[in-house]
Design a protein around this ligand. Structure first.
Ligand code: NDP
Length: 330
């Protein structure tokens, strides 16, 4: 029986249980492309899946891992052939369809993006769903018409995965970046990757007023809850905020004041079902704009056997920047 190394999540007496296993290839789900996975990464959602903190896994057993990069091993699709380098993020992989914390994945060809020229598989996973989402947020702000001349751009959860890449991309695009973080000790790190100003998380995370002083023209928020409400309340006239996360909470205890009195826009960002043309655009921009040395400076590489530990760390807010899982390294 052909097997490969994987993490498997099973239902347990209380909740779910994640373990390292030798996985039977015949148990992989249907798909027209089989990929030899070389790298994956731990995103916040992977933390939720592995720890069972939130019911993101919809089928059992499940191989978690919402993204991966690797090489096509076999393909029934004319779009890909054996040897092609590919990247996958989202589409319910690692939630409803067996995912990237494994040496092999079988998926639909319509979910795959060719590895963009200029990126290695390891760099693509240093970017991962988090970086891809940060790029989607910046693209959404740009399409809305936001530009650096309008004023500063705030990034919340700045020392996290989405936040770190958002800081670097916004800086590269010419923005004056204000980074909000709960980890003051990461101030030097945030300045190195592109922040001009650092503010304390507590300035935004408590219940606030419906409208405050106008401080920024744009924002990328991966935190939600009171933080997003306060970010909106302090956005300049006709500014725009891209909302992509819920690290503080899924709620949005806000008023309509910023929308109806200042014409502020709230742009929703979803990376999971993002249509293919926008995916290609985002990956091309990432390959072009994200400084590779900067990316390396915000990335830690760990062997496969550390994945479950990192999943716990990310929910505890202990992970800085990005973590790449080297799937081939035990
Ligand atoms: P990380 O854990 O790497 O980053 C989250 C950051 O949020 C932390 O580093 C921390 O930043 C901050 N934070 C954590 N807890 C709190 C809290 N209680 N209150 C305020 N701030 C907090 O996760 P990711 O970057 O991978 O993901 C960030 C968010 O974006 C998650 O909610 C995730 O689900 C979401 N997401 C959404 C996607 C989409 O398609 N819409 C795709 C990818 C991610 P600091 O220490 O600097 O304060």
């Amino acid at each position: 029986m052909p097997t490969f190394r994987a993490i498997r999540i099973d239902k347990a007496d209380k909740g779910t249980q994640a373990s390292y296993v030798d996985f039977d290839e015949n148990e992989l789900m249907d798909g027209d492309v089989t990929v030899r996975v070389s790298h994956s990464t731990v995103n916040y959602k992977d933390g939720l899946a592995i720890t069972g903190a939130s019911p993101v896994v919809r089928r059992f057993p499940m191989i978690p891992g919402i993204d991966f990069a690797g090489t096509v091993e076999a393909s029934d699709s004319p779009a890909f052939k054996a040897g092609d380098a590919v990247v996958l993020t989202g589409f319910g992989v690692g939630e409803q369809h067996m995912g990237g914390f494994a040496q092999k994945a079988r998926v639909k060809s319509s979910w795959l993006v060719p590895l963009p020229a200029g990126l290695t598989a390891a760099q693509a996973m240093a970017i991962g769903t988090a970086g891809f989402t940060a790029q989607l947020a910046l693209l959404a702000l740009e399409k809305h018409g936001a530009k650096p001349a309008d004023g500063p751009l705030i990034v919340t959860g700045a020392a996290g995965g989405v936040g770190s890449i958002a800081v670097a991309l916004a800086k590269k695009a010419g923005w004056h970046v204000i980074a909000s973080t709960g980890r003051p000790e990461e101030g030097d790190y945030l300045k190195k990757i592109g922040a001009t100003e650092i503010i304390a998380r507590q300035e935004l995370s408590e219940p606030g007023r419906p409208l405050g002083k106008e401080r920024w023209a744009a924002g990328i928020d991966s935190v939600g809850s009171h933080t997003l409400a306060n970010v909106l309340a302090q956005t300049k006239y006709r500014g725009a905020i891209a909302a992509c996360g819920l690290a503080q909470g899924m709620d949005l205890p806000a008023s309509v004041a910023p929308f109806i009195l200042r014409g502020v826009s709230l742009l929703g960002i979803d990376s999971v079902q993002c249509p293919m043309p926008e995916r290609h655009e985002a990956w091309q921009r990432l390959a072009r704009d994200l400084d590779k040395d900067l990316l390396a400076s915000m990335t830690r590489h760990v062997p496969f056997a550390n994945t479950i530990d990192i999943a716990h760390d990310i929910l505890a807010g202990k992970v800085r920047g990005r973590v790449v899982i080297d799937v081939e390294q035990k």
